[in-house]
Design a protein around this ligand. Structure first.
Ligand code: C2O
Length: 573
């Protein structure tokens, strides 16, 4: 009797949860859009004639179906950044990793169910540099009718998409960088919700405005969609309470400055409790190079602003500007990045205490020999590159990794991505660039290597920054999984010492970790999702330099742990 009651209860709960889940359908027309910014008109690639693109609003448990019609002149894919894609790896989107691109004039329907994650994520193009303008918010609310936010209900919710703007066509900028084997030209502006803000020329009407009412609480869903820059974000005279990052709830964390790397999201509550007036919200770059020898590499040192305007105040007075951190404030960035902890509600996944596979992976810059197509590359010096464990990732050209994995096709990739760097040296010591014996390390090999994992393997990966050709913080993003950030530190990772600082109680859960400048981070994840999942630096320039690798996760023993075949309209090469 008790048993049949239990089965009935489970069945009802199942039907209940099914009834609450919806199918949410959208069509994305990707095409040219002419916009005016910084005193000139420019044709950009955009979704549905909007920049930024539409916000997708779903509940946990929903199935999202997005038909992407590519009317742009470029090969296109869309990635749903941070979505687990359980058994739907075919919908993940990175070009030549999980699919061939959607050619101009063609379409592909991405279909996936969102389970076990709530908060702010986003979507963006994952082909060439098109994500510069092809992006939008993806908001996941708690499952319909079941639970509320684990923090006071805000009066309003506001997506804040931080972006980066070039006056030139971004594909031209990337092509030029490739031809020379150097870094792309720096951007001309940063943006808030697609608008540059009135500190830039001709930008008064391209300034984002948020109207607030005294005493109300606003949930800011902040997304860093910039291509190549981590950012600091502040609002004059207002503090934040961070309640989630990367669609994972955090213990409330109070701060007046937010550091956010490309790929990351921060959900922050802001109470309109200042004297009614106008206040700037502002973002400027966090340049993570530690003590770079002069001259510093060029960077876009401009500031984007929006205006928080109290309804009761006269808008004629100039807004108050926040005191911003310096571009090089490693302390402010590390304070923010390292103080977050997970909320840990009952039912949340907990950090695994045992590890099946240990990896120590260097991440950093380097050089490769100029390719024949890099016509303007300096042969004697080589082309700028980036690598993980000294392997500079090569994207396949004839078949995506996932398709090759699924079909067992030979010759597309090898499953020998190394667990350790080829040599151990003083990774973060800038003298690596002057000691002749260490010079060969700046040359990386180029290959398409994956790390193969059995289903449900617990992986611990140490991401170790290097000083080769300069120290910098790399925002490392893993597709298909969230990971626990169990420790972070400076210098060279030393397991015995580091393990004492491991947080195995409430570590923050992320899909993108800003590896500390001249330091390391330890992440753990459970490979419970079959497919091929790229891990890469979310600085777009570094991804094109090869700062990437991929995990090949095998099927599990049951149909529920086996990747189904691709959908019928799956793009092939
Ligand atoms: Cu948001 Cu592979 O990236």
């Amino acid at each position: 009797m008790a048993r049949s009651m239990l089965i009935l209860a489970i069945a009802l709960a199942f039907i209940g949860s099914m009834a609450d889940a919806a199918v949410v359908e959208h069509t994305f027309h990707v095409g040219n859009l002419t916009v005016r910014r910084l005193c000139r008109s420019k044709v950009i690639t955009a979704v549905n004639g909007r920049f930024p693109g539409p916000t997708l609003d779903v509940h946990e448990g929903d199935t999202l179906v997005v038909n992407v019609i590519n009317d742009s002149p470029y090969d296109m894919t869309i990635h749903w950044h941070g979505i687990f894609q359980i058994l739907s790896a075919w919908a993940d989107g990175p070009n030549m990793i999980t699919q061939c691109p959607i050619r101009p004039g063609r379409s592909y329907t991405y279909k996936f169910t969102i389970t076990g994650q709530e908060g702010t994520l986003w979507w963006h193009a994952h082909a060439s540099v098109l994500r510069a303008t092809v992006y939008g918010a993806l908001v996941i609310r708690p499952r319909q009718g079941t639970k509320a936010y684990p923090f006071p209900q805000p009066d309003e919710e506001v997506p804040i998409l931080l972006g980066e703007w070039w006056n030139a066509n971004v594909v031209d900028v990337a092509n030029q960088a490739f031809l020379t084997g150097g870094t792309p030209n720096i951007s001309d502006a940063y943006t808030i919700n697609g608008k540059t803000g009135d500190l830039y020329p001709c930008s008064k009407k391209h300034t984002y405005k948020l109207q607030v009412e005294k005493g109300k609480t606003y949930l800011l869903r902040i997304i860093n969609a910039a291509l190549d820059n981590q950012l600091f974000f502040k609002i004059a005279e207002h503090g934040f309470t961070v309640v989630a990052v990367d669609a994972g709830y955090t213990k409330p964390y109070k701060t007046d400055v937010i550091a956010i790397a490309p790929g990351q999201t921060v959900d922050a509550l802001m109470v309109a409790d200042a004297p009614p007036a106008g206040y700037y919200m502002a973002a400027l770059p966090y340049i993570s190079t530690a003590n770079p020898p002069p001259p510093r590499p060029a960077f876009d040192n401009t500031t984007t602003t929006g205006i928080v305007q109290y309804k009761s105040a006269s808008p004629s007075l100039p807004p108050v500007m926040p005191a911003m951190p310096s571009f090089f404030d490693n302390d402010a960035a590390f304070r923010f990045y390292s103080h977050l902890t997970a909320l840990c509600r009952s039912g949340d996944r907990i950090v695994p205490h045992h590890v099946d596979e240990r990896m120590l992976v260097t991440v950093g810059l380097g050089l490769v020999a100029c390719r024949p197509t890099q016509l303007l590359c300096n042969q004697s010096q080589g082309a700028l590159a980036a690598s993980m464990n000294n392997v500079s990732f090569q994207f396949p050209t004839t078949m995506s990794l996932l398709e090759a994995h699924f079909k067992g096709a030979e010759g597309i990739y090898t499953a020998d991505f190394p667990d350790r760097p080829p040599v151990f040296f003083d990774f973060t010591n800038a003298s690596v660039n002057v000691v002749p014996a260490l010079q060969p390390l700046s040359f990386a090999s180029q290959a398409t290597k994956v790390k193969k994992l059995k289903y449900n393997t617990v992986v611990e990966m140490v991401l170790q920054g290097t000083a080769i050709l300069g120290i910098e913080s790399h925002p490392m993003h893993l597709h298909g999984f969230d990971f626990f950030v169990v420790a972070q530190g400076f210098g060279n990772y030393d397991r015995a010492a580091a393990e004492k600082s491991y947080n195995l109680v409430d570590p923050q859960v992320r899909n993108t970790i800003s590896v500390p400048t001249g330091g390391w981070a330890v992440i753990r994840f459970i490979a419970n999702n079959p497919g091929v999942w790229i891990m890469h630096c979310h600085l777009d320039a570094h991804l094109s330099f090869g700062l990437a690798m991929a995990f090949e996760v095998e099927n599990g023993p049951t149909p529920e742990s086996t990747l189904p075949p691709p959908p019928p309209d799956f793009p092939t090469c």
